[in-house]
Design a protein. Sequence first.
Lengths: 308, 447
Amino acid sequence: MARDGGFFKRLTKGLSKSREQLNEKLETVFAGKKEIDEELLEELEEILITSDIGFETTQELIETARKQLRRKDINNPESLKQSIKNQMVSLLKPREGRLPIDDLPIAPYVIFFAGVNGVGKTTTIGKLAKNLKARDKKVILAAADTFRAAATPQLALWGEKAGVDVIAHQDGSDPSAVVYDAIQSAQHRLADFVLVDTAGRLHTKKNLMEELKKMCRVADKVMPGAPHEKLLVLDATNGQNALMQAKQFHEAIGLTGLILTKLDSTAKGGVILQIAHEFDLPIYLIGVGEGAEDLQNFDAEAFVQAMF
Amino acid sequence: MFDTLTERLNTVFKKLKGQGKITEENVREAMRQIRLSLLEADVHYKVVKSFVATVQEKAIGVEVLSSITPGQQIVKIVHDELVELLGTRHTQLRLTGVPPYPVLLVGLQGSGKTTTIAKLAHMLKQGGKHRPYLVPADVQRPAAIDQLTALAKQIHAPCYPSKTSDNPVRIAEKAIQEATRAGCDVVLIDTAGRLQVDEPLMAELQKIKEAVNPSDILLVVDAMTGQEAVKVAEAFNERLDLGGVILTKLDGDARGGAALSIKAVIDRPIKFVGIGEKIEDFEPFHPDRMASRILGMGDVLTLVEKAQEAFDQKQVEKFEKKLKKNSFTLEDFRDQLQQIRKMGSLESIMSMIPGMQKLKGKQNLQLDEKELVKVEAIINSMTRKERLNHAIINGSRRKRIARGSGTTVQDVNNLIKRYVQAKKMMKRFSKMGKRKNFGKGSFPFPV
Ligand SMILES: Nc1nc2c(ncn2[C@@H]2O[C@H](COP(=O)(O)OP(=O)(O)OP(=O)(O)O)[C@@H](O)[C@H]2O)c(=O)[nH]1
Ligand SMILES: Nc1nc2c(ncn2[C@@H]2O[C@H](COP(=O)(O)OP(=O)(O)O)[C@@H](O)[C@H]2O)c(=O)[nH]1
Ligand SMILES: [Mg+2]
Ligand SMILES: [Mg+2]
C-alpha cells in the first residue's frame, strides 16, 4: 500500500480537504445546508468522532436525532445541530459540580489529585492553591509525588507562587508518610485545605494503585473521613483510554469528582461525554492553560459551545 | 469494553462458513467491524476511512485458503496492511555529519520528553558507544531544569547548567559548545511542552532548529492521545520537518491508534517506544506488535520476549514441550505463576495477552499477589495425582482441598477454571513465540 502510494495519495487528498475541515466547526458545516441528507449526517458523524466522543456515543446521539427527524420534531440543519447540542448539554448538565469552598463541611478539607502521568495534576494544584489563597483560605500542599524526578521542587515553586506552605519529604520516601504529616500539620495550623499531589500512575499498574489506596487509608487514619475529595485529573488530548482511566481509578479508590485539563488545546475532550454517561461523578474544574489563572469551573453549556 | 476484532469478525463470518471467496457483500460487514475497532483504538476518522477502503479493495476476490476461515483471512490482510503502513523495519536515531550531533525532542505538554531524553541517553551510553550530553532548554515548566539535571545524575551523564532566565535558543547554542569541549558526541536537547497552535513557542522551536541544525528531530507523543494526534503531528512536522516519532506510555492499556494516524499523515518513522517510567523502560519500535495492539489483539510478542528473558532457556524448552503435548499440569501452573511474577507486575503482563482486556474485569481472572498465595495453598493441598490430572478433581475432592487450604470450594472451582483458561492461552502464545515475523500464510491469530 505504501509501495503503490495508493493509500497515502488518497489520504493526503482526503486530508488536504479535511485540513480546513478539521478545524471547521459544526456551525460552518451546517451553514450552507438547506436540508438534512445522508451527507450532512456523515459530516456530523465525522465532527463528533474527531472530537473524541467515541463511536458508540456518536451513534447514540445521531440515532436520537434520526428519531426526532422521523417524528418531524426536527426538520432542518439548524434544528439538527440544536438537537445534538441539547443532547450533550443534558448529558453534562447534571455533572456540573462545585467544590464547597466557602462552606466547608469540615476543616482541613483534604483533596487528593490522582491521574495517569503528565495530565496536569501538579499544575492544577498550583492553580487551585493560588485561587484559594486569593479567597483568603489557608492552604497546605502535600508533595506526595516522591517518585518523579523534581516533582517536589515543581510543587514547591507553585507553593511559592501561591504563597502557601508545602509539606515534603525526601525523594523516594513513602508518599503515605507525606500525607500523614501534611494532614497533621494542617490540623495544627488550622488550615482550611490540604491539596495532595500524587505521582502520575497508569491505572493498569496494580502495585501503584495499591499505593494510592494506602495513601487514602493513611489519610483516614490521621483524620477520620479524609480524604474528603478524591479527584481524577483527565487530559483532554487523551482519546478513548480516558474511559479506562476513570473506570480503574474509580474502582480502586472511589472517586468523588473529575477535572479536565488542557482544554486550551485544539482537542475537544469529547470522551468526557461517555464518562459523564457512565459515572455519576461531578466535573469540578477545567484547565485552560499553564498559568495560575487558567482554571475554570466546569460549565456544561460553555463546554458544548466550545466543542463546536 | 473493547471487543477484540477477531471475536467480532468471528461473529460476522459465522454466517458465511463454507464460502470460498471474499466477495463485496460478505466483506461489507467485516469492514464495518474493522472501522469500529480502529476508531475505538483512537485512529483518526479520516485515516480509518482511507485505510478501510484500501483493505476492502485488497480483500475482494481473495481466495480463502482452505486451512483458515474468511475471518482469519481478513484479519490477516488488515494486519499485514497495518504493519506495512507502520513501517516494516526499525529506524535508528539519525546521527550524521560532524559530531557532536544535536538531537531535538519536541511535543505537547506532559507527553514524556524529559523522561525520554534520559532514556535515550542511557541507551546511547550502553556498551560505551556514545557520550551523550543533556540540555534542559525548557524554561517554562516549573523545575523542568531540575528534573533533567536529576535524571542526568542518575545515568552519570553531563548536563548543561541552564537557568530559567536564559533564552532557550541561547541555551541550545552554548550547550553545543560545552558538549564539544566535554568530548561528548550526542547532544540531547529537551524543550518545553507546547501546543501546536502556540505561535510564539512554535517559532521558538524553529529558531532553535536554525541555531543548532539538529541531526534528528523527534516528536514525542503520548500513546493515549486521541483524534488530536493528527493535527499535532502535522503542525510540528510542517514547522520542523521531523526525523521521526517516539511513542510513550505504551506500558498502559491504550490501543495506541495515534501511531497509525501519525504515520499515515506525516510518513515519518516511529523510532522508539517508552514502556514505563524507569530509565530502562525504552525499546525500538516494532510495527508488527503495534499492529496487533491497535487491532486489540494484544502485545503478544512483547510478552513472549519478556517471558524469554525471565525464564531460563532450558525451562522454556521443557515448558514448550509440555505445551505442545498439552500436558501442562496444575503443578506446572504453580511454577509458572511463580516465574511470571519475575516478569513484572501481573497486571501489566495480563494486559499484553489477547482477549485479556475483556476478561480482566471478570472475577475469575483477577490475579493479584494475595490471590497467588491462595493459589499456592490450594495447589499444595492437592494430591500429586490431582495436580497431574485436574479432571479427577470431583466435588468431594474439591471440598477436601478447600478445607485443607483454608479456602472455599468456590475458590477451588475458580482456580481450576483459571488453570484451564491459562492452559489454552499458554498454548496459544507458545505457538507464536517461534514466529518472529508474520510471514505470508503463517497466520498467528486463531479467529
Ligand atoms: N496547555 C496546557 N498545559 C497544561 C495544562 N495543565 C497542565 N499543563 C502542562 O502539562 C504538563 C504536565 O503537567 P503537570 O502538572 O506536571 O502534570 P502531572 O499530572 O503532575 O504530571 P506527572 O506528575 O509527571 O504525572 C506541564 O508542562 C504543564 O504545564 C492545561 O490546562 N493546558
Ligand atoms: N508509564 C509511563 N510514564 C511515562 C513514560 N514516559 C514518561 N512518563 C511519565 O510521564 C510524565 C510526564 O513526563 P515528562 O518527561 O515530564 O514529560 P514532558 O512534559 O513532555 O517533559 C512523568 O510522570 C513521567 O514519569 C512511559 O513510557 N510510561
Ligand atoms: Mg505531578
Ligand atoms: Mg519536560
